[in-house]
Write a protein that binds this ligand. Structure first.
Ligand SMILES: NC(=O)c1ccc[n+]([C@@H]2O[C@H](COP(=O)([O-])OP(=O)(O)OC[C@H]3O[C@@H](n4cnc5c(N)ncnc54)[C@H](OP(=O)(O)O)[C@@H]3O)[C@@H](O)[C@H]2O)c1
Length: 300
C-alpha cells in the first residue's frame, strides 16, 4: 500500500484530498498545525477527515525543527500549503515558497517518489503578483530537484466563489470592474480527484477547472436567486481599486498583495479544461442554508 503525506490537510482542498486518497486505498499521513481542525467540518462544508487519516503529524512548515520525521516511509507528497485567508504575520515568501521548500528538502533526504503541488492556472496573467511569484519560485525548485512531480493548476475554488453568496446575504454584491470576465470554478471534491490521479500519471502539469463557465455577473445573479432576493450589484471601477491598493501598500503589504491578486482574477478570464460534475448553484443552495442558519442562531 502506497503511503502519502498530505500537507495542507486542514484547508479546503486538503480535506477533500485526504478523503480521496483514503478512499482510493492509500495510507494517509496528514500534516496539521492544529490537529483539532481534522475533527471538524470546514467553513465551506469540506468534510471532517478524522476517519480518513492514518496518522496526524503536528508541525508548522515554517519551523523546520517541527518537521523531523515528516517524510519517513512516505512514497508520495501532496501539498496545498499556502496562505489564503489565515491572519498570522507570515508572508507568501515564508509559507508558499519557503514552507513548501522545507518539505521538499526533507523529501529529498528520504525515499519519496513523487511530489504533487497545487498552484494556479493562467499563470502568465498573474506572474508579477507576489503570491504567484512565490508559488512559481517553489515550482522551479521542484523541477530542479530531480524528484518526479505533478503541478496542478486549477481555476478558482467553490470556497472562494462563496464570497459572492456571503455578499448577497449581506444585501449587495460588489464586483471589481464590469463583471463580464469569465471563470469555470471547481468544487474541492472534483479537484481532489484530479490531484490524486496525479499520483499515478506521468503528467508534469495539469490545468483544470469546473464543468461550467460563468461571467462574474452571472455568478452574482445565481447567488441572489438562491436566496430569492432581487440582484443588487455595484460595480467598482478598476481605477478606484488601484488607488486603494496603492494607498494600502505602505501600511499593509500583505493585504495589498491579496487585493492585487483578487483584482487581477476579476479583470481576466480564468478558464481551464473542465472536469468534475458538482454544480455551483447546488453548492450555493447548501451553503446558503448553512450561512442563514448560522445567522439566525446568532440573533438569539
Ligand atoms: N482558493 C482558491 O480559489 C485557489 C485557486 C487556485 C489555486 N489555489 C491554491 O491552492 C492552495 C490551497 O487552497 P485552499 O483553499 O485549500 O487553502 P486553505 O484552505 O487556506 O488551506 C491552506 C492549508 O495550508 C496550511 N498551512 C498554511 N500555513 C501553514 C504552516 N505554516 N504550516 C503548516 N500548514 C500551513 C493551512 O493550515 P491551517 O489550517 O493551520 O491554516 C491549510 O491546511 C492555495 O495556497 C492556492 O495557492 C487556491
Amino acid at each position: 500500500m502506497k503511503k502519502v503525506l498530505v500537507a495542507g490537510s486542514t484547508g479546503y482542498l486538503g480535506k477533500y484530498v485526504v478523503k480521496e486518497f483514503k478512499e482510493q486505498g492509500y495510507w494517509v499521513r496528514a500534516l496539521a498545525r492544529n490537529p483539532r481542525k481534522i475533527e471538524k467540518e470546514g467553513p465551506f462544508m469540506e468534510p471532517a477527515i478524522k476517519d480518513y487519516v492514518d496518522e496526524v503529524f503536528v508541525g508548522d512548515v515554517t519551523k523546520p525543527e517541527t518537521l523531523e520525521g515528516l517524510c519517513d516511509r512516505i512514497d508520495i507528497i501532496f501539498s496545498s500549503v499556502g496562505i489564503t485567508r489565515q491572519k498570522d504575520k507570515l508572508t507568501f515568501r515564508d509559507v508558499d515558497y519557503q514552507g513548501n521548500k522545507n518539505i521538499l528538502d526533507i523529501a529529498l533526504q528520504k525515499s519519496v517518489e513523487k511530489f504533487i503541488f497545487v498552484s494556479i492556472s493562467n499563470v502568465h496573467l498573474f506572474k508579477h503578483l507576489e503570491i504567484v511569484k512565490c508559488r512559481e519560485n517553489f515550482i522551479e525548485e521542484l523541477k530542479n530537484s530531480g524528484l518526479k512531480y505533478t503541478v496542478i493548476r486549477p481555476t478558482g475554488y467553490f470556497s472562494d466563489i462563496s464570497e459572492f453568496l456571503k455578499m448577497a446575504i449581506s444585501g449587495r454584491i460588489y464586483l471589481l470592474g464590469d463583471g463580464k470576465n469569465k471563470i469555470n470554478p471547481i468544487h474541492g471534491a472534483d479537484l481532489a480527484r484530479v490531484c490524486v490521479d496525479g499520483a499515478i500519471n506521468n503528467k508534469n502539469e495539469i490545468l483544470v477547472g469546473g464543468p461550467k463557465t460563468y461571467t462574474e455577473e452571472e455568478i452574482a445573479k445565481i447567488a441572489f436567486s438562491v436566496i430569492e432576493s432581487p440582484p443588487k450589484i455595484t460595480r467598482i471601477p478598476i481605477w478606484f481599486v488601484n488607488i486603494i491598493i496603492r494607498m494600502l501598500r505602505p501600511f499593509n503589504k500583505h493585504k495589498s498583495n491579496l487585493m492585487e491578486f483578487i483584482l487581477a482574477t476579476q479583470q481576466n478570464d480564468v478558464i481551464a479544461p473542465p472536469s468534475g460534475k458538482h454544480s455551483l448553484k447546488e453548492y450555493f443552495e447548501e451553503m446558503a442554508e448553512k450561512l442563514l442558519r448560522k445567522r439566525s442562531s446568532s440573533y438569539f
